[in-house]
Write a protein that binds this ligand. Structure first.
Ligand SMILES: NC(=O)c1ccc[n+]([C@@H]2O[C@H](COP(=O)([O-])OP(=O)(O)OC[C@H]3O[C@@H](n4cnc5c(N)ncnc54)[C@H](O)[C@@H]3O)[C@@H](O)[C@H]2O)c1
Length: 231
């Protein structure tokens, strides 16, 4: 949740490690140390978000970046998108994103600004059979991103969305990818998405807010079927 500003690519600063037997050495809020540590948060829980934000402020002094990445995909026919399946998808993919934005906003205001990146999907621009509930939440994340950007811009907080196309992750394990409509002719890798997120998290995108950055190899650009063209 730390924004790295300044040089490109962002500098990797001195890291610190957990000690094996006792409490971790904590960098003071003013030190230049950067760290990551494992933490389990259910994005549906406002209380867990609040604890996480407090912990980050205590460790690092401020909260500068939030990437709302958590999401679930639970394919089902239209008539089965109801009850617990629908509610769980809404709770994680939409309420989780809203919870995250609400949780970090006061901390980012204290820090004088920040960058929030919500992970949407190419499904936020069209329909996908058997993914009705999922697609609905991703369209909602687009709207939420723009509304939050309008409201938080005055506080120096930027809110943008990255929309991955089909990407090789555990979520798509077992999926038979069809890249015939992808201009670049391949499936995305997590790094393809991460580079776009890093751009929006950094000050290199300092005049960009409320935007949709599609990272899909050209899938949404149109039909990439070259078969009818002269060779
Ligand atoms: N993989 C794709 O092709 C693709 C395409 C478009 C959009 N996306 C989006 O990218 C994001 C990342 O997905 P991914 O492909 O890496 O899938 P993934 O399943 O590998 O990652 C999703 C992560 O969300 C976490 N998560 C689920 N419910 C949670 C909860 N209640 N609280 C906290 N964490 C929770 C999971 O533990 C998992 O680590 C998702 O928002 C997904 O909708 C993925």
């Amino acid at each position: 949740m730390r924004r790295r500003s300044g040089s490109w690519p962002p500098k990797v600063r001195r890291s610190w490690r957990w000690t094996s037997t006792s409490t971790p050495r904590r960098p003071s809020p003013t030190s230049s140390a950067t760290a990551s540590w494992p933490v389990r948060v259910d994005v549906r829980s406002e209380d867990q978000w609040a604890d996480l934000v407090s912990e980050v402020e205590a460790r690092f002094g401020s909260v500068d970046v939030l990437v709302n990445n958590a999401g679930i995909a639970d394919p089902a026919l239209l008539e089965d998108w109801k009850g617990a399946r629908l509610q769980r998808t809404i709770d994680v993919n939409l309420v989780g994103v809203l919870n995250g934005i609400q949780a970090v906003t006061p901390a980012m205001r204290r820090a004088g600004g920040g960058s929030i990146v919500n992970i949407g999907s190419v499904g936020a621009f069209n329909g996908v059979p058997r993914m009705s509930g999922y697609v609905a939440t991703k369209w909602a994340v687009r709207g939420l991103t723009k509304s939050a950007a309008l409201e938080l811009g005055a506080h120096g907080i930027r809110v943008n969305a990255v929309h991955p196309g089909q990407t090789r992750t555990p979520m798509t394990e077992g999926v038979v990818f069809d890249t015939s409509a992808v201009a670049l002719g391949r499936v995305g890798e997590p790094e393809d998405i991460a580079h776009a997120v890093l751009f929006l998290a950094s000050d290199h995108s300092r005049f960009i807010t409320g935007s949709d950055l599609v990272v899909d190899g050209g899938q949404l650009a149109g039909q990439a079927d070259y078969s009818g063209l002269p060779q």
